[in-house]
Ligand binder design. Sequence first.
Ligand SMILES: NC(=O)c1ccc[n+]([C@@H]2O[C@H](COP(=O)([O-])OP(=O)(O)OC[C@H]3O[C@@H](n4cnc5c(N)ncnc54)[C@H](OP(=O)(O)O)[C@@H]3O)[C@@H](O)[C@H]2O)c1
Length: 319
Amino acid sequence: MSLLVIGGTGTLGRQIVLQALTKGYRVRCLVRNLRKANFLKEWGAELIYGDLILPETIPPCLKGITAIIDASTTRPNDLTAMKKIDWDGKLALVEAAKTADIKHFLFCSALNAEQFSVIPLMKMKKRIEIYLKKSDIPFTIFRLTGFYQALIQQYAIPILEGFPIWITDEQAAISYIDTQDIARFCIRSLQLSKTKNKIFILEGPKSWLSLDIIKLCEELAGQSANVNQIPIPILKLFTNIIGYFEWGQNISDRLRFFEILNIKNKFSKSRVDLYKIFKIDKNEILKLEDYFLEYFIRLLKRLKDINFEDIQKQKNLIL
Ligand SMILES: NC(=O)c1ccc[n+]([C@@H]2O[C@H](COP(=O)([O-])OP(=O)(O)OC[C@H]3O[C@@H](n4cnc5c(N)ncnc54)[C@H](OP(=O)(O)O)[C@@H]3O)[C@@H](O)[C@H]2O)c1
């Protein structure tokens, strides 16, 4: 089977590429910047130029391909292009896949997108799901919760650097997940035909409140966090206004994210079913505690090494 990954340079996409190569798949990556994507080539993937904004660049990328994993989305610094990428680009991709007689199309969607049509990206995700289902291409849709990787930026780094963290006073919790585990589900899906023409919700093993994540980071960092809490009703009232400020952007995004992820989803069958279908041992799913522990150990070791290098340099200068 030859696989085309879109979004291979992204947080999730790179894990998919790595695991697919490890499993022996021939992997081609559609990328819009060949230089930036060079690390994927070094791993063993084939790079091909393509840009979802330029639909004519898509069909040549599909030559000789049997399956597609689409883990692409608009980058936060590119939001004006969102419609062109997450809507027009995806429609062009599905059309090209139909013409190329693709045997399996995996699409990364978002949890509860169907209930948040007021948020443009969620509306596009939902509509692409529908479009893909109607296309007659065998598909698997993964509705994803938030990634562990995003929590580093959101909590770990501000705590380490002493910056304020803005949170809501929400009591509901989010089941974040590691991208390596999502990648495992994606690759396993390619091997299991019974996952075709189905939608799966992928969540992590445990639900977390913001304050619990902060507490965990404080313990691991050995530093206290500077936490500012805003009650949700007030935040909802002011979300458009505070969105104009840098700190407010952060929290108003978080409010939307929080709202999306916390709606009780109707599709969430027992997680045990999911593990059984994908033949994945649930004990192998990475816990957030272990993810953070590994991050902090690596970081503290790096800081120690830098400190050691500085001392060596100073010694060399004195000599
Ligand atoms: N992050 C989350 O917490 C979360 C939660 C739920 C669902 N999801 C979904 O999971 C998937 C992966 O998310 P992520 O956070 O890993 O994404 P990401 O890190 O932001 O990466 C986005 C990827 O899309 C590529 N891309 C953007 N515009 C493109 C274009 N015009 N043509 C071709 N490629 C383009 C980027 O390429 P460049 O490197 O060239 O920019 C990059 O490889 C997405 O579908 C996302 O909506 C994410």
